[in-house]
Design a protein around this ligand. Structure first.
Ligand SMILES: *Cc1c(COP(=O)(O)O)cnc(C)c1O
Length: 220
């Protein structure tokens, strides 16, 4: 558990250094602590370290972990970073403050209906399949502008775009392409960079790095 505290200090330092080296302000890069598979004791350490922004990739797992902690920490922000099935839209709308994985118009429709029913409207990011990988979720880069428009028309505040670049090769060109999509659509947030590449992502404009294993350790 002290590991987690140490890891937070190290990751925050690396974020600040990467930002400074890129001529950016460290406070302009938010750390999203990816807490999938992390259980209550680990979450408590993170909260004690002052961490308030968390990413989870499964609705059901998050429902089992976060409601009580959210009640205790009203300033907590929970972000969905995993694929969302339309039949889980209502549950996601109830729990998450930001949904980063909006990637198709059918999901936008389901989320709009869910928001009406639940009386709550999370902010959203559009996930882009930036490397056009067949096995990966996300809108095709060529369809992103259209999906952003449709999501706005459905009443959502689109904060930005999110991507997971291909595991192999240099992620930098993918980060740059995501940045272009954000710029031409007037979007401020770029959710990109994970444990293995967050410093590169920061050099290429990331505003939200999603870091799991570098903080909580390898997942089993
Ligand atoms: C698990 C996950 C992360 C964090 O990955 P690490 O390599 O453990 O930092 C980031 N983004 C998404 C979408 C994830 O599923």
């Amino acid at each position: 558990m002290t590991d987690i505290a140490d890891n937070f200090a190290r990751v925050r330092r690396r974020i600040a250094d990467a930002a400074t080296e890129a001529g950016r302000r460290p406070e302009d890069v938010a750390l999203v602590a990816v807490s999938k598979t992390v259980e209550a004791p680990g979450l408590e350490v993170a909260l004690a370290e002052g961490q308030r922004i968390f990413g989870e990739n499964r609705v059901q797992e998050a429902e089992g972990k976060w409601p009580a902690l959210k009640a205790r920490h009203p300033d907590l922000q929970l972000r969905l970073i995993g694929p969302l099935q339309t039949n889980k839209a209502k549950d996601a709308v109830r729990l998450f403050d930001v949904i980063e994985t909006v990637d198709r118009s059918r999901l936008v429709d389901a989320l709009a209906r869910a928001c009406e029913q639940v009386g709550r409207r999370p902010r959203v990011l559009i996930q882009v399949n930036i490397g056009r990988e067949p096995q990966k979720a996300g809108a095709d880069p060529d369809d992103a502008d259209h999906l952003i428009d449709a999501t706005r028309l459905a009443g959502f505040v689109v904060d930005g775009v999110m991507c997971i670049p291909p595991a192999e090769g240099d992620p930098a060109p993918h980060f740059d392409l995501l940045g272009e999509i954000a710029r031409r659509n007037g979007l401020a947030q770029l959710s990109m960079g994970m444990s293995g590449d967050f410093e590169t992502a920061i050099r290429h404009g990331s505003t939200h790095v999603r870091v799991g294993s570098a903080i909580f350790g390898a997942r089993g």
